[in-house]
Design a binder for this molecule. Structure first.
Ligand code: SF4
Length: 243
């Protein structure tokens, strides 16, 4: 069945659910087919949290270099806390915004140590997604995207991180109005998509956003989901433009 996105409104939940599912099916066939839950990336999710803080406003390579430098100089979080601000700042410099990130990392370590008695947030996993998310969001420098990444990739809990690519693709497809903030898109996807599809959906929409639904100029004629896209109907076909 092909859905007409113009007929799917937020009040038409069943249509919206089917519409999103059909887009995910198409992207799965185009990109990666993965429905299994993610492997937990780090045995200790605090590692994943610090890595995700380092990833803010930089690329994966710079993030990884900074994290490796930090772990190389401070193999444990006890050591990082003891090393202090200047040492952590110098170690994470490749990730950019080193003063801000070093301050946040040390503050996160201080709070975690105070709350859990050690440098570990592993016990958060047993509290479930909503409690774990609430705690993560209470930490300095941790927003919705960072929290969702840690939940999904480091805790094995069901969350749908929304980055700039996912926000843009969802807005163009018409799942949400333009300029809808990431946390609202995240809430919608977590409501409308089965948890088993969170990882695959996250990965595939990002891939699609990078390769086809590009920020500056979407390659609509090459898009496998064009028949389900509101942007395509409103901006290209309606005006008989090639875009
Ligand atoms: S049809 Fe165009 S705007 Fe719509 S999802 Fe595909 S590339 Fe993006």
């Amino acid at each position: 069945m092909t859905l007409d996105p113009k007929r799917a409104s937020p009040g038409q939940e069943r249509l919206l659910t089917q519409w999103i599912a059909e887009v995910l099916d198409i992207l799965e066939r185009r990109w990666h087919n993965e429905e299994s839950p993610p492997d937990v990336a780090h045995p200790e999710p605090l590692d994943g949290l610090i890595l995700t803080v380092l990833s803010q406003h930089t690329n994966d390579r710079n993030r990884d270099v900074a994290f490796a430098r930090l772990k190389g100089r401070c193999p444990t979080w006890d050591a990082a806390a003891a090393a202090g601000y200047d040492a952590v700042k110098d170690a994470v410099r490749p990730a950019g915004l080193a003063p801000t990130k070093a301050g946040r990392i040390l503050e996160i370590l201080r709070i975690v140590r105070a709350d859990f008695g050690r440098y570990s947030i592993l016990s958060l996993v047993g509290r479930g997604r909503d409690e774990a998310r609430k705690y993560l969001l209470s930490l300095p420098g941790v927003g919705e995207k960072t929290a969702a990444c840690v939940l999904l990739f480091d805790m094995g809990l069901p969350a749908f991180p929304v980055d700039t690519h996912i926000a843009r693709v969802c807005q163009r497809l018409g799942f949400v109005p333009e300029k809808t903030p990431g946390e609202k898109i995240c809430a919608l996807l977590e409501r409308e998509v089965p948890p088993s599809r969170y990882l695959g959906g996250h990965v595939n929409i990002i891939e699609h956003g990078r390769a086809i639904c590009k920020a500056r100029a979407p390659l609509c004629p090459n898009c496998a989901a064009e028949g389900l896209c509101r942007y395509r109907k409103n901006h290209c076909l309606a005006e008989s433009r090639v875009c």
